[in-house]
Ligand binder design. Structure first.
Ligand SMILES: [Zn+2]
Ligand SMILES: [Zn+2]
Length: 281
């Protein structure tokens, strides 16, 4: 890739191109001078299928980063491992915690954690590196590590739970990680679900890199259930920071995506499977 960075949306909730598939899930291939990194794997075989259809060979992926443990980001890992063989898999140690969602209609809980056991994934070639800390995978390529919830008005999703010591309680989702790409034109943030809150994540990225220009924000923003006041505050801060490009994918939701577009204009686009973006390093 030389002096270019390319991002490809391999799995997303929306699709328009014939032959490609969508599902509730996310996978973004990030290519740059440091090689190929895959953020998330979707929930099933979709990311693998779409990579095949787009002529992208995942065998050369050197690192898979799991943004968090939810099934819609980790469920495609087995299919990805079939293609990569032995590969480094980076995640937060709590990504493997037993995670649930409380369904409002029935007040029942459904398991939504990693749908494989770690041993199976290791037998397929996953070399896990589990860390809470921020660290540089390569020069100019960071994993945020655990993100402090500094902005209190970014509400946690009450439906998301974790089982600890036999008891279900609200999942703090400390395992939520994002990727930061540092370029000469500013930061590119690649988000999984942004459970830590978009504003908190951007703030963390700025602290880590000492860079305040945000070239692009691409990925899931988990705004499906966000109320208007929260969306307004988020949009206001993104505008104040001068975020240049926003791709609202996956769990951002159409309503929130449309709101951001109305508020921030053309710089906001909805994500869909097969989209690619190129940036200068
Ligand atoms: Zn999630
Ligand atoms: Zn998600």
């Amino acid at each position: 890739m030389g002096s270019e960075i390319r991002l490809t949306l391999l799995c997303d909730n929306y699709v328009q191109q014939p032959g490609l598939r969508a599902e509730h899930g996310l996978a973004i291939l990030v290519e740059g001078p440091w090689g190929r990194v895959l953020l998330d794997t979707g929930q099933s075989r979709t990311a693998g299928h779409n990579a095949d259809r787009l002529g992208i060979d995942l065998q050369s992926v050197g690192t898979v980063v799991l943004s968090h443990g939810h099934y819609d980001h980790t469920g495609g890992l087995r299919e990805v491992l079939y293609r990569t063989g032995e590969v480094r898999v980076v995640a937060h140690p709590e990504a493997f915690a037993p995670k649930y969602v409380r369904l409002q209609e029935t007040a029942r809980e459904r398991y939504i954690g990693v749908p494989f056991c770690r041993e199976e994934l290791e037998s397929l070639g996953a070399n896990f590196i589990l860390s809470r800390e921020a660290w540089a995978l390569a020069e100019g390529l960071w994993v945020t590590g655990e993100v402090e919830r500094e902005v209190a008005w970014e509400p946690a999703d009450e439906r998301l739970l974790v089982r600890e010591n036999g008891l279900l309680s609200r999942d703090p989702l400390r395992d939520d990680l994002s990727l930061i790409l540092v370029t000469s034109e500013g930061l590119i943030l690649v988000l999984g679900c942004a459970h830590a809150g978009v504003v908190n994540i951007v703030q963390r990225a700025m602290e880590l890199t000492a860079c305040t220009r945000v070239r692009a924000l691409i990925g899931g923003m988990h705004l499906v259930k966000a109320h208007a006041e929260f969306l307004e505050k988020t949009a206001g801060i993104l505008e104040e920071w001068g975020v240049e490009q926003i791709v609202a994918a996956h769990c951002t939701g159409w309503m929130a995506g449309a709101f951001l577009r109305q508020r921030l204009g053309d710089r906001v686009r909805m994500g869909e499977v097969g989209q690619q973006w190129q940036f200068r390093v």
